[in-house]
Ligand binder design. Sequence first.
Ligand SMILES: [Zn+2]
Ligand SMILES: [Zn+2]
Length: 382
Amino acid sequence: MAAAKESTDLNANIPDYEYADVNTKAFHIGSFRNEWLKRLKPSSYSYEREDEDTFDANFAKDMGISAETMADLKSVCSVDSLRCHPEDQTPDPDVVPEDPTLKTLIQRKKKQDHKASLKLTKNRHSLYADELERLTFGREPDAVTDIIPEGEVILTINVYYPAIIDKFSYIRPHMTLLMTGSHSLAELRDAICCVSDLQVCGEFSSTPDMAPDFISKDHFKSAFFFFEGVFYNDMRFPECQDISMTTIEWAKARNFPPYSQSKMEDTRFADLTVKVGFPYLYCHQGDCEHLVIITDVRLAHKNDCLDKKLYPLLTHKHRVITKKCTVCHVFIGRWLTTNDPFAPSDPCLFCDKCFRMLHYDAEGIKLGDFLAYPYVDPGAFN
Ligand SMILES: [Zn+2]
Ligand SMILES: [Zn+2]
């Protein structure tokens, strides 16, 4: 009986699908890590690099093949034999040859032709986005103390747009972050950049210089994550409030299953019980709600970025098209005006320069009657 009980408990820490290919059942991240460490040989998750001969010998042994077969396979499968050009030519890797037969090249050509037809040029943002993951591949820290310990878990976390932007909500992740089991939820919160944290509320047409001094993040610090029936509140600052209380009491009054609360700064990922692939919630600024999905939990590998200081590690960031000033069409919009006799539309978006040139005299005196609101472009984080 005791043994049977123990084996069910054990299995509860090994992720299993709740819905096939969608999400797992809930499991405890720290215990899952311990299950791996119990089963693996330390050499399996060690960062130590085996020399090539030892690797080949072990590989041949694992596959049950002779050393000769191993050598043959190595030369046949070598990258050098992956060629679609004569041996004595060095092709330009950026140019896809006409009529390629290799499937990968066909796909690449399709993509290139599509881009060319749209006249899309690669700007510095998209160049950088492609680089994000490669830049940190196998990166080792300068100081030994900054290395991610062997056997640490790494989580892949997708944070989605709040539902206020219709176009891409629920479709693609806003950002993808890698975090370790010893990171706290507060560290995840600090790594999420959302435009509503930068929003400045109020009408400032009479005192435009006052506007940038207020940003929402400094004023409204309360926020929570919601994972598996628990609200993890940010309580790091004296101004923080437990904004989950309203929901908890509402649910209690209506006989919903009970919810509990905890502090995000005291909760490490390794302490969490979660479902991989399941949508959870991050809420800040009162009602800015983001879906958060943990898509992977695994042990750190020697090819991972091993520099602790670079975590939370951003591996993907969706780029938003920025809205430009109605007048110059060059700079990003900073001011939104209404009831504005100088504006071609209502509301109208201006960059800071055009806004001031058009609406104030040389002494900074407001000209005419209009309302002006500071505007933060959702593309501000590109
Ligand atoms: Zn937000
Ligand atoms: Zn402008």
